[in-house]
Design a binder for this molecule. Sequence first.
Ligand code: PLP
Length: 395
Amino acid sequence: MPGYNHLFIPGPTNVPDSLRRAVDLPMEDMRAPDFPEFTLPLFEDLKKVFQTETGQVFLFPGSGTGGWEAAITNTLSPGDKVLASRFGQFSNLWVDLCQRHGLEVEAIDVPWGEGVPVTRYAEALAADTEHRIKAVLVCHNETATGVTSDVAAVRAALDSVGHPAMLYVDGVSSIASIDFRMDEWGVDVAVSGSQKGFMLPTGLAIVCVSQKALEARKSAKLNRCYFDFEDMIRTNASGYFPYTPATTLLRGLRASVDYLLGEGLDNVFARHHRMAEGVRQAVNAWGLKLCAATPHWYSDTVSAIYVPEGIDSAAVVRHAYYRYNLSLGAGLTKVAGKVFRIGHLGAINEVMVLSALAGTEMVLRDVGIPVEAGSGVAAAQEHFRATATGEQSIA
Ligand code: PLP
């Protein structure tokens, strides 16, 4: 097909040219004497993205799922009790991973379209007077439904009853795109990956760990080897890794962190909010509904959009791909066939979002959904024009 694929899945995201060049490198000597001059500042600067001063960042070859596993196996023991909630494919899978590791999970099921049930968490924590719950899991941004949960509120729930459980956050589709504050929210383990907000190819699990969680590793008995924090701590201290690191991705990560800090985290978050709001205005103009039940749950990185009864959302995704070279996210498991998703995270700007909306609009009409031509694009355009900030090129 002429032109290029318009990638609007919620990760992997578009890799900006500067980052693509940053990973297009010859292999290098990961035991070179000056390698630490590159890695040690990278470890430090990554902490700024997690908004932590006291945490420690680990970089594993892998993806978000590997990060989940690292988080759990380094800090917990078989049979430990975990409080979690399920409201989409990813929050589900994390629970599944915990169960497969022999943890006892109290999983609260929530309708898809809502997020972490803070009140029910608070009740469960208050009832746990013996402090059997060792870990509280929060999927910050459920990518399957486009729902963002309130991590600070979960911290407040823990604090309100003085519960000592550690707080674990899946930030795979939030960190580096949506405000995430490791220290302020008292997060103990935060998990991310390279291919979403960090705008890089897939291949790194990026895990940030509090001192409390690092301490917990000393008594944690779950089996671990490849993802052992201990080996990382020992070798990272002098700037090296326990096994062959993904050097090109690490170089890319340097460029990614520079990109994010150069734009300014607050500006990154504001841009994502603005892009997301443009998409939401379009969805509204089309007369369609988001999977996120109320504005409280709206995600600034991904929108899952219901198609009307009688339409298969998989056909929307398929048609977009083959007819217009536009990649949209499919509906997963419970909402398969019911929603399609537009990813609006990473290196995106207004006109990129408008291109996705224009393509989507054509697809919706092609498959028989009676949206008015141009309505979604116009709504987003007006939102972007009304909220434009920064330098104006028109005198
Ligand atoms: N958690 C969330 C919220 C995700 O969106 C994903 C993947 O999309 C994962 C975890 C799993 O990450 P990965 O596919 O990188 O293993």
